[in-house]
Ligand binder design. Structure first.
Ligand SMILES: [Zn+2]
Length: 176
């Protein structure tokens, strides 16, 4: 008769299976995020770091800046959604100027967990009615990458969301 597995062995086995799955997923996402993966340009810009390294560095910076992933994603989602009412014209939304553009079709997420509209928006903070700080480019996929994967894209990618730039931008949002 086969000896029953000890609980400690069961736990170790489960942990190894999880680790394998996580690193497998990350490896797959890294391939998909490279140029010619799920999009011709890819998501890594000129960043030579590994995908996991980019994510860990940005997680640390988010923590240092006191930024919250969910809250940041909610604010950007809301700006993209309400900015869409401008139908391509710039609209003032609270402390922000937002211009949304959309082309037909969709992009798949490099993690292969969904398809996202090709909708993007330039967002800039307004202080006393004047443009203030850097303009930020957001998109449906970019916000999903931020929320679900803590991936802000590689340095040099046009849609890279620098934590410091996000922090400066969100100072214009209520309650920040
Ligand atoms: Zn995803």
């Amino acid at each position: 008769m086969k000896k029953p597995m000890k609980w400690i062995e069961k736990m170790r086995e489960a942990r190894e299976a999880r680790a394998y799955t996580q690193s497998g997923l990350l490896r797959r996402a890294e391939e998909n995020a490279a140029p010619g993966g799920v999009t011709p340009e890819g998501f890594l810009g000129r960043d030579a770091r590994r995908l996991g390294h980019i994510i860990r560095a940005d997680e640390m910076e988010f923590q240092n800046l006191g930024l919250d992933w969910e809250k940041t994603a909610d604010i950007l989602d809301d700006l993209l959604l309400r900015g869409s009412a401008g139908l391509g014209d710039a609209v003032t939304l609270g402390g922000f100027l937002v211009r949304v553009s959309e082309t037909r079709g969709s992009f798949p997420c490099p993690w292969e967990d969904g398809l996202y509209r090709k909708r993007s928006a330039s967002v800039i903070r307004l202080v006393d009615g004047q443009r203030h700080g850097e303009e930020i480019l957001i998109s449906d996929l970019g916000i999903h990458l931020l929320r679900a994967h803590h991936f802000l894209q590689g340095k040099g990618s046009p849609f890279r969301l620098e934590p410091q730039a996000l922090k400066n931008l969100l100072l214009g949002a209520k309650g920040n």
